[in-house]
Each structure stands twice: as structure tokens, then as C-alpha cells.
Design a protein around this ligand. Structure first.
Ligand SMILES: C[S@@+](CC[C@H](N)C(=O)[O-])C[C@H]1O[C@@H](n2cnc3c(N)ncnc32)[C@H](O)[C@@H]1O
Length: 383
């Protein structure tokens, strides 16, 4: 551990001094390291700066680029660990330890299981670095009948399964370990399960009773946690991070626009976790607002006054709602200068479309352009 820590510190110093490529490798080799270990150390060192985006102490943690990519970010991990808080809990597919670190702070004892030897090694470095001596780390397949009894009775069992990177149609059977196999094997030991699954998996593909908790971070849908047994408190829920706003209930079908027309002076983007949970209408109950589903990713809440709710993003002023034909004249009329496109558009065509709209403009206003049946031109409120 000391040796690895020391070499990583030196790699950082060498890189800052402009030493890279074969010279860097030669220096690491001079410290007694060989081929694959050199690549691994360079990867961990390179990943440290990005680790801070997920973990406040990321610059002293050990993640490979691949391990960090799949690791649960601290805010989401802490939230989940809060729900799993107990004398003992288990993370049975712990990767390089991101989620287990948070669980070790809310549980007296954590059993962490991981199949891949490299991940076990790196997780052990992370646990030692943070002096987490209440985690028992086990290398092996969590479905192995010899591993199952190493987890206590009546404990919450967490699993963030591995998933294929490129698949667009998410299915439970693609996940490793498959949550249904885990439930079968651990059914006599677990008080309940929490499975972290891809957030875009369709509800009807989840074929067991559970609470589906959608989690957003910084306005983006980030995670879907499925809680079963004693961990299940509702049919559906949403958590908005970092604010911590939470709503739970029974999911409704997609949000319908409210009955009468609402005076539309303000608009805000509905949080995607709240939308995905089917609880947006509940979250806005008692509030006079129109809900406009624009596309798969965006829903706007329009209202006469500013709405102070954690289920929506910052309020914006509605400058115009117009058709495609009217759009160029409307942008001129309101004195727009910069136009940020906030609708689904092929990334390759984004700047062409934006330049086409901005070219005739000479105004100073920075506007956000949304698109449903009509175009909606909004401006952030200055605070
Ligand atoms: C998405 S990663 C977990 C990341 C982790 N939540 C974190 O925050 O760092 C999934 C991990 O499950 C492990 N895994 C897959 N099948 C397994 C099994 N049957 N037993 C144990 N670990 C398994 C993979 O090796 C991989 O490291």
C-alpha cells in the first residue's frame, strides 16, 4: 500500500514536471514495477483528477478509468446508504468500492463481495486509504453457495450489477448478477434488496414487486434503485440531488396537461427523476400549473407565478410561445442574441441550427429555446 501510494505521488510529480510517455514508464519501471502494473498505475493516476467529480476525496482514492465509470457517485451512494442503514449490510457486487464506502458510514459492518480480482485489489486500497475497517471484502461470485452464508441473517443486500456498455434496450437479463438470481439465492438471508439498475429500463421489464426510486443528480436522471422487502416503502419515488427533495407514492401514467389554460408567465423544467417516477402531478398538487411534455427527456411546468418546489429546476420567464414560421421574427422582436437549443437535436446539427437562428439577431438577450408542438422561448431570471 505504502509503495503504491508513494509511486502514485511520484507519477503526479513527474507528470507535473512534463515527464510523460516512455520516460514516465521508465521511471516507474525504475521503482520495481513491470508492464501491466505500470499501465495500471498510470491509469489510476490519470483517473484521480476525474474521481473528484464523483468523490470529494477523489484525489487520494484508487480507481481505474473503467472502475470510476461504473462507480456510484457519492451523493447517490450516500442517499442509498442512508436507506440501507443497519447493524450489517452487504454490497454483493462492489466493484472498486464506491457504494460500499458510503455503506460503511451508515452500517456497523459491511460485507463486500466482488468477482473480479483487480476490482477486489483496488477496493481494498480504497478501504484502507479511508481507514474503513468495518468492511469485510470477499473475492468471489456472489451467487456461489459458499459465499452466501458469509452474509448475516436479515440484512439489507445491495447490488449494482455490471451492465453491457452500449445496449440501448435495457433488460434485466443483461445484468450481472441478474437481480432475480440474487433474490433467489439470498432470499433466506436478506431483509430486503436494493438493486441499482439502468434508469432507462422500462417499468414493465421489472417483473417483481418493488419500489422504483428514480434519482437525478444536477438535473439529469442518474439512477434507478429498486427496493424490495422491508426496504420497500412505496410503489414509486423520486429523489433530486443534491437538494435532497424526495417524493413517494403510487406512479401515475405520464403527466397530463392541467384542465384550464394557465397564464404562462413562468416556466421551469420538471426534474427528470420526478417525471420518470410518474409523480410530477402529485408533486404539483394544489399548484396552478400546466404540464407540457415536450419530448422523452424534457417536461416544462408553466405557471402564472414562480413556483417554489424542489421538483422543478430554476424558474425562467416565458418570452414567447410561437410556431416554427413565427420563430425568426419572435427572436428579433424580443431582442434575442444568443439562443441555447433545449430540444432533441442531432449533436452534429446543433451548431448549424443555432448559427442559422442567431445570424440575423443583434440583441443582447440570452434565451433558451424549447420545442414541443410550438417553440417556447424562455429567459433565466437574474437573481
Ligand atoms: C457496476 S459495478 C459496481 C460499482 C460499485 N457500485 C461502485 O460504486 O463502485 C458492478 C460490479 O459487479 C461485479 N460482478 C458482476 N457479477 C458478479 C457476481 N456474480 N459476483 C460478484 N461480483 C459481480 C463486476 O465485476 C463489477 O465490478
Amino acid at each position: 500500500m505504502e509503495k503504491i501510494r508513494d509511486i502514485l505521488r511520484r507519477i503526479g510529480d513527474w507528470k507535473r514536471a512534463g515527464i510523460g510517455g516512455s520516460r514516465l514508464r521508465a521511471r516507474i519501471a525504475g521503482k520495481g514495477m513491470e508492464g501491466p502494473s505500470i499501465d495500471l498505475l498510470i491509469d489510476i493516476s490519470r483517473t484521480r483528477s476525474r474521481s473528484r467529480e464523483k468523490y470529494p476525496e477523489g484525489d487520494r482514492l484508487y480507481f481505474t478509468s473503467e472502475g470510476l465509470r461504473w462507480a456510484t457517485p457519492r451523493s447517490a451512494a450516500d442517499h442509498c446508504a442512508g436507506r440501507l442503514s443497519s447493524a450489517e449490510s452487504a454490497d454483493i457486487s462492489c466493484g472498486q468500492g464506491g457504494q460500499a464506502i458510503s455503506m460503511s458510514r451508515t452500517c456497523d459492518r459491511v460485507v463486500a463481495v466482488e468477482r473480479a480480482p483487480l476490482n477486489v485489489f483496488i477496493a481494498s486500497l480504497n478501504f484502507r486509504e479511508l481507514e474503513m475497517d468495518n468492511i469485510e471484502l470477499i473475492q468471489g461470485d456472489c451467487l456461489d453457495p459458499e459465499i452466501v452464508p458469509r452474509i448475516g441473517k436479515d440484512v439489507p443486500v445491495f447490488s449494482d450489477p455490471a451492465r453491457p456498455p452500449g445496449s440501448s434496450e435495457r433488460k434485466l437479463e443483461e445484468l450481472e448478477p441478474d437481480p432475480r438470481a440474487v433474490m433467489e439465492v439470498y432470499r433466506d438471508r436478506a431483509s430486503g434488496f436494493c438493486f441499482e439498475v439502468p434508469p432507462h429500463i422500462r417499468r414493465e421489464r421489472i417483473d417483481f414487486p418493488c419500489e422504483a426510486e428514480y434519482v437525478s443528480i444536477d438535473g439529469r436522471l442518474n439512477r434507478l434503485n429498486l427496493y424490495t422487502g422491508a426496504l420497500m416503502h412505496a410503489r414509486s419515488s423520486a429523489v433530486v440531488l443534491p437538494s435532497g427533495y424526495r417524493i413517494a407514492g403510487a406512479a401515475q401514467t405520464s403527466p397530463r396537461p392541467s384542465a384550464g389554460p394557465v397564464s404562462r408567465q413562468y416556466a421551469a423544467e420538471a426534474d427528470p427523476a420526478v417525471v420518470a417516477s410518474g409523480l410530477l402531478r402529485d408533486a404539483l398538487s394544489g399548484v396552478e400549473a400546466d404540464i407540457l411534455e415536450l419530448d422523452d427527456r424534457r417536461t416544462l411546468v408553466l405557471s402564472a407565478g414562480e413556483i417554489g418546489s424542489g421538483c422543478i429546476g430554476p424558474p425562467m420567464r416565458v418570452l414567447s410561445i410561437c410556431s416554427e414560421n413565427e420563430l425568426p421574427d419572435e427572436l428579433l422582436r424580443i431582442g434575442a442574441g444568443k439562443v441555447t437549443l433545449r430540444f432533441s437535436i442531432d449533436p452534429a446539427g446543433y451548431w448549424t441550427k443555432r448559427k442559422e437562428l442567431e445570424e440575423p439577431l443583434s440583441g443582447k438577450r440570452k434565451v433558451h429555446l424549447f420545442k414541443g408542438q410550438d417553440y417556447i422561448i424562455l429567459e433565466a431570471l437574474s437573481r
